[in-house]
Design a protein around this ligand. Structure first.
Ligand code: 5GP
Length: 190
């Protein structure tokens, strides 16, 4: 059986990645979302093995030591990682996997899975990104400035050091969704 493909989506916050990935799952039902592992406590309604694999810190560290993660990071005081076993069993069954990881995570992942296809989603302009972040509302000026600065750093790192075969500008949601679908089908149908 042909093994499945790995698609990695990265984007600065405010680029619309999550909505685009959800649409893609409707367009291509045989795509499987990668399930990450975390030491964060489950939120109400989150199910172990569906939303995340929930581990204690000591369990997670053991798994780091035994090289069970294709990539991992500490985010806001908790550990998060992508289990190799989940990727391997998914693609070995012939299904395609899509994952949502940041630029640093993708660089780590490339060492284990150089064939992973990188898709970078960008807002049409910095002005538009600022507008979208403002529209989310909750942030004060200092937080907004920091988020914007981090977004710019992430875009620059992605462009200079990352491996992204496809850059999609999310100027119009439906157009961008169609473009991503075409890109994915070009790999799936190979
Ligand atoms: P949350 O706790 O809100 O579900 O996720 C918090 C952060 O962890 C998000 O920014 C998300 O991108 C990051 N994250 C989730 N899963 C993974 C993973 O498998 N690897 C890495 N590096 N980051 C992850």
């Amino acid at each position: 059986m042909k093994s499945g493909k790995i698609f990695v989506f990265s984007a600065p916050s405010g680029a619309g990645k999550t909505t685009l990935m959800n649409r893609l799952k409707q367009q291509i039902p045989q795509l499987v979302y990668s399930i990450s592992a975390t030491t964060r406590k489950p939120r109400a309604g989150e199910i172990n093995g569906t939303h995340y694999f929930f581990f204690s810190e000591s369990e997670f560290k053991e798994k780091i030591n035994s090289d069970d993660f294709a990539e991992w990071a500490e985010v806001h005081g908790n550990y998060y990682g992508t289990p190799r076993s989940f990727i391997d069993s998914t693609i070995n069954s012939g299904a395609h996997i899509m994952m949502d990881i940041d630029v640093q995570g993708k660089m780590q992942l490339d060492k284990a899975y150089p064939e992973a296809v990188g898709i970078l989603i960008l807002p049409p302009s910095i002005e538009e990104l600022e507008k979208r972040l403002r529209k989310r509302g909750s942030e004060d000026e200092a937080t907004l400035a920091l988020r914007l600065k981090n977004a710019l750093t992430e875009i620059n790192t992605a462009k200079s050091a990352g491996k992204y075969e496809h850059v999609i500008i999310n100027d119009d949601f439906n157009r961008a969704a169609r473009e991503i679908e075409t890109v994915l089908r070009s790999y799936i149908d190979r």
